[in-house]
Design a protein around this ligand. Structure first.
Ligand SMILES: CCCCCCCC/C=C\CCCCCCCC(=O)N[C@@H](CCC(N)=O)C(=O)O
Ligand SMILES: [Zn+2]
Ligand SMILES: [Zn+2]
Length: 457
């Protein structure tokens, strides 16, 4: 990859494409970023076998026509928008895109302008070497992922569905080369997420008759609601550890752990109850074993001397793959157990199905093969579950092969910088991401008959 790679990301970071809410985003910046990619990747836009379309004003769909129409196409995804970044706490202003000590700083450097720029740069590099892919592929760049993707990804998906497109697989953000994220596991491992958790945004509401605060009733809407949400916070959803992807992930990682972790994980038939309890001790691993309950919004009261008529809270549940929205709602109602609390589902979807990761799973095996060639020092490549949500779920109608993987090392500090402060990427990590995509595209064109069998890779 060329030496300008860092500089290009640097400029994209300076364009504040913030999604504030479903109704409000910085559309001027989104348009500017669209013009910017056009300016820095002219070859991508001017190649005869690449079609570029703007969807819903700010999202971009590229159709790269391969030379062999018998091969099923795939899709690379990324998003242009970022979450807001108030300046407090940042070492450098979040939209400065400053390059310092080998790092590019700013909002979007990991989530997810790195992928926007790396995908286009890898394609640009291939084009300048006169490469025309054999297998067609799409590049989908959504503009509202951070506010659920209903304008961008959902519309692109509908457009492709109307065209009768079916994808062999797709690759989106959502997982990384995990480096020090699991307590006591110091060796990095690559996790390709093969599913993501579901979600339920639930509003709880209590209505009471307002009145004078000098003669308060025994219970107010605020007190009743507070008790209800507190019960939910104090009563975690059941621990679902024991079957499915996580168990397989841990078994694959077993020998990477020092004693006694290796013994515990190699003998889950015996130590499952203990391991499942240990998983609860850390926020990240806890999120892997259960549906999480996050109290994120609370509104009540209109004046200091008025008994509040209405109290509202919103709870964000992330649903474990072994549960459904319906099951979580039933559990919630049983825990709250108070008829004065009303429930309103604001948004809900079940966990995504599990994408295949066996020897025959083209997308998974291509990612695995490319990880092993670009990151030879990484011993383990394992399927996993993404605890957040991504735009990829909008494409579940087009493919059963949804894979979430960013070819970047993620340390705990990097994890907290995503949607947090001091988000940054090293120039070297960005260039490796370009290299990864550059190789992935070519691997997708290779004759699969000659790709070595899983255990020979
Ligand atoms: C043994 C296995 C260990 C695995 C450790 C997992 C550590 C988790 C690491 C990274 C997770 C990062 C999640 C990034 C993707 C989330 C993207 C996001 O923030 N999405 C938003 C918007 C939702 C949407 N598009 O609908 C969200 O989830 O709220
Ligand atoms: Zn993202
Ligand atoms: Zn995000």
């Amino acid at each position: 990859p060329d030496a300008q790679g860092g500089a290009r990301v640097w400029s994209a970071i300076q364009i504040p494409t913030v999604s504030f809410s479903r109704e409000e985003s910085n559309t001027t910046a989104l348009a500017e970023l669209g013009e910017y990619i056009h300016k820095v990747f002219p070859t991508v836009f001017n190649t005869s076998f690449i079609k570029h379309e703007v969807v819903e004003k700010y999202s971009h769909l590229f159709t790269v026509q391969g030379s062999d129409p018998s091969l099923q196409p795939y899709m690379l995804m990324a998003h242009l928008d970022v979450v807001p970044a108030p300046e407090e706490g940042w070492e450098v202003p979040p939209f400065s895109g400053l390059e310092q000590d080998g790092f590019i700083h700013g909002r979007g450097t990991l989530d997810n302008k790195n992928s926007v720029m790396a995908i286009l740069q890898a394609l640009d590099l291939l084009l300048t070497r006169n490469y025309q892919p054999r297998r067609s592929f799409f590049i989908a760049l959504g503009h509202d992922e951070e506010v659920y993707g209903t304008k961008g990804a959902q519309k692109i998906s509908a457009l492709l569905q109307a065209r009768g497109v079916q994808l062999a697989f797709l690759v989106d953000e959502g997982s990384f080369i995990m480096d020090g994220l699991i307590p006591s596991l110091s060796k990095p491992f690559a996790m390709i997420s093969v599913s993501e958790k579901g979600a339920l945004d639930l509003m709880l509401q209590v209505n009471m008759t307002p009145g004078h605060s000098s003669a308060p009733p025994k219970e107010t809407s605020i007190g009743i609601l507070s008790a209800a949400v507190s019960r939910l916070e104090q009563t975690p959803m059941p621990n679902m550890f024991g079957s499915g992807t996580l168990k397989k992930t841990l078994e694959q990682l077993a020998n990477e752990f020092p004693f006694p972790g290796n013994i515990l994980l190699n003998n889950l038939w015996l130590f499952r109850p203990l391991v499942s309890r240990l998983m609860e001790r850390n926020y990240i691993t806890n999120a892997l074993v259960r549906t999480t309950t996050a109290l994120t919004m609370f509104h009540a009261g209109i004046k200091v001397n008025v008994i509040p008529p209405l109290a509202r809270a919103i709870i964000n549940f992330r649903i474990h793959p072994a549960q459904t929205v319906h099951e979580v709602l039933e559990l919630v109602k049983n825990i709250v157990a108070d008829d004065r609390v009303q429930f309103h589902v604001l948004r809900a979807f079940d966990p995504l199905p599990i994408s295949p990761s066996d020897d025959q799973a083209l997308g998974y095996q291509l990612l695995r093969q490319t990880i092993q060639s670009v990151f030879p020092e990484v011993n383990i490549v394992t399927p996993g579950i993404c605890i957040g949500n991504t735009d990829s779920r909008h494409y579940a109608n087009l493919t059963t092969g949804i894979y979430l993987f960013n070819p970047i090392y993620l340390q705990p500090q990097g994890f907290s910088s995503i949607h947090g402060i001091n988000e940054k990427i090293s120039v070297q990590a960005y260039q490796t991401q370009v290299k990864f995509i550059f190789e992935l595209i070519q691997n997708a064109d290779a004759d699969r008959k000659h790709v070595p069998h899983l255990h020979e890779l």
